[in-house]
Design a binder for this molecule. Structure first.
Ligand SMILES: [Zn+2]
Length: 322
């Protein structure tokens, strides 16, 4: 039985290889990454690039002070560690869209891209849109440069904490994820970009444990991802095909539950980008984010349910590295 299951999983892997970029390559790279972490290889000057959350909060206040007509700070919630998750509200248009970064605390490159995009939109708001930017969802992870968010002595993966049709670690064990889900509902968010490092790739649903990866909007989603990657040249396509299946993620939840046009950015080439690499990530992704939000529909998707079958065997491929 076990042998059969393993055989089937590897058959699935080969199918994916035909359909898109290699999951097998990604597994090898995931293992290499783990080894790299242990050996601290690469000699990255991450310290120089890293800002703590207090500095990010100051950056948000500075932006609101610089562009008072366009930008206000807001409070999402207090998290389980008693810290206040803050964000920016930029512009005043009727369509409300969202950028959220750093579900995974170690992925500070995504925070910096979110902050740079906020600055760009503050200077020139998106026509007809209010853009919310939450640069750090997982504050304790961010300050500790850890993927996980702590809760009662345990380390939880915030981006496996949402409800999902094929399973979840949670749902909603964390106040941070519950608050973001409530925010989608309350603000009637239409389109979202969730920023992570690294692949590099920009991808669309479904990204979970299923072979039925299509939605009725594959072409529309593919166009949005193409628009987002003009400058970066990152790979774009279906989430599972380019990354790996993962259950309980924000990106699938937002589309599945609400029909939010939900795009996942796996930015750059490292979890430890140095200042030069961060500058490059900003340079190629800020215009892509702007173009994407200029092209997202002005109303949520109507046909956002999941009608396929889940395959629990695919859970073995969730590497939890990106
Ligand atoms: Zn991540």
């Amino acid at each position: 039985m076990l042998k059969r299951a393993v055989h089937d999983i590897f058959s699935f892997t080969r199918d994916l290889e035909k359909g898109g970029m290699g999951m097998f390559q990604r597994i090898v790279r995931g293992l290499a990454f783990i080894g790299c972490g242990v050996l601290a290889c690469g000699g990255v000057s991450a310290e120089a690039a890293f800002r703590n959350y207090a500095e990010i909060q100051q950056g948000m206040r500075d932006l609101a002070a610089k562009y008072p007509a366009n930008v206000q700070t807001f409070v999402l919630t207090k998290n389980d560690s008693g810290q206040t998750i803050e964000g920016l509200r930029i512009g005043s248009g009727s369509v409300r869209n969202l950028v959220v970064a750093t579900h995974h605390g170690n992925e500070y490159g995504s925070t910096e891209v979110a902050m740079a995009f906020a600055a760009s939109v503050a200077q020139a708001p998106l026509a007809g849109q209010t853009l919310f930017v939450i640069p750090v969802l997982n504050i304790p992870g961010f300050n500790a440069r850890s993927r996980w968010e702590p809760l009662n002595g345990r380390s939880l993966d915030p981006n496996r904490d949402y409800p999902g049709p094929c399973g979840t670690d949670g749902p909603f064990r964390l106040k941070s994820t519950r608050a973001l889900a409530d925010f989608l509902e309350r603000e009637q968010i239409v389109a979202s970009a969730t920023l992570h490092t690294y692949s590099p790739a920009v991808v669309y649903p479904w990204g979970m444990s299923t072979h039925d990866l299509s939605t009725p909007y594959d072409d529309l989603f593919a166009g949005l991802c193409k628009a987002a990657t003009v400058e970066s040249g990152y790979a774009s396509g279906n989430n599972t095909q380019l990354i790996y299946p993962a259950d309980g993620t924000f990106e699938d939840y937002a589309f599945w539950k609400h029909g939010v046009w939900s795009i996942l950015f796996e930015l750059g080439y490292s979890h430890n980008p140095n200042p030069g690499a961060i500058d490059q990530m900003i340079k190629v992704n800020v215009p892509g984010l702007r173009r994407m939000f200029e092209q997202t529909p002005r109303e949520r998707a109507e046909r956002h349910g999941f009608t396929g079958k889940c395959d629990v065997r695919l859970k073995a491929f969730d590497l939890r590295t990106e």
